[in-house]
Ligand binder design. Structure first.
Ligand code: A2P
Length: 287
């Protein structure tokens, strides 16, 4: 399939489709000035993005919504052209009286049933999961009375963490992988595992980028997109937002894809160790 800036969506198992590239919008709210997400999302829509990945917990969803509304109002896009991924919740990071994380008591199947109700009520067109391992996906897929299958699993995925096993399992089950941190994160030590070296400085990725006169970031994005993995690079820099979308004027060869897959280190940038004692912490299992 030839991917173009106008046509780069892939089908979901529920009949909808998802653009292979979206703008990630997570940024530490403490050091992101008000209005930054608004300007970034408007810029993204102007340069061609039709998929925005957000969440209430990113503390900027109001700005993301405002940007989309403004771009609809000025005629740049129609609402139905935008794929928006949101992630709901009520209390952020609740703690017990000792300051420890107070985990939610409901189980994943009950939560999934609430998600199904959202879809049935027309609050969401497509529903999926994030950070699920194979066991957790099976739990949902084998749930008695399952009404709607998860159509995506949003997990870390990039040349240093290519997810071969989870990707194969999801392919069998017709679940699309949305790869977060496709550029290797912002390397903020407060939540990023820095044992994994800076990906955008990788020698092979850099040499392939030079060959095509592209950036290493564009090679990372194109790599996943050609493998059918959706990418959601985060940038709030107006030039990089545009650059990251310039991934339709070159194509990696099969050999290059294989070589990049060979960079897999099986080390996550995003380990979330502070939640490792949660009964559903997903990363104790291999995949
Ligand atoms: P910024 O928002 O200043 O552009 P990921 O999507 O893997 O989490 O990576 C996001 C990080 O990568 C952010 O720190 C973002 O910073 C930076 N970034 C985004 N696009 C590029 C790019 N083309 N080259 C280098 N860094 C980038």
């Amino acid at each position: 399939m030839a991917l173009t800036p106008q046509k780069h969506s892939i089908p979901l198992s529920d009949g909808n489709s998802i653009p292979l590239i979206g703008l990630g919008t997570y940024s530490n709210p403490q050091n992101t000035p008000k209005g930054t997400a608004l300007a970034a999302v408007k810029r993204a829509i102007e340069v061609g993005y039709r998929h925005i990945d957000g969440a209430l917990i990113y503390c900027n969803e109001d700005e993301v919504g405002q940007a989309i509304r403004e771009k609809i109002a000025d005629g740049t896009v129609k609402r139905e052209d935008i794929f928006y991924c949101g992630k709901p919740g009520d209390t952020f990071y609740p703690q017990d009286e000792n300051g420890k994380c107070a985990y939610h008591k409901s189980n994943l199947c009950a939560t999934w049933e609430a998600m199904e109700a959202c879809k049935d009520a027309g609050l969401a067109k497509s529903i999926g999961v994030s950070n699920f391992n194979k066991r957790q996906l099976e739990l949902i897929l084998n749930k008695p009375g399952l009404k709607h299958k998860p159509v995506i699993n949003q997990v870390e995925c990039h040349p240093y963490f290519t997810q071969p096993k989870l990707r194969e399992y999801c392919r069998e089950k017709n679940i699309v992988i949305v790869g977060y941190s496709p550029l290797g994160t912002n390397r903020d030590p407060s939540w990023v595992n820095l044992e994994c070296p800076p990906m955008l400085e990788d020698k092979l990725l850099t040499s392939i980028a030079q060959k095509y006169k592209k950036t290493t970031a564009q090679v990372c994005l194109r790599f996943n997109m050609q493998r059918g993995v959706v990418v959601i690079p985060k940038s709030f820099n107006l030039d990089r937002i545009k650059d990251n979308f310039q991934v339709f004027d070159f194509s990696l060869s099969e050999e290059e894809i294989k070589a990049i897959e060979g960079l897999n280190k099986n080390i996550r940038f995003v380990v979330l160790p502070f939640w490792a004692d949660h009964p559903e912490y997903p990363f104790h299992e291999e995949y």
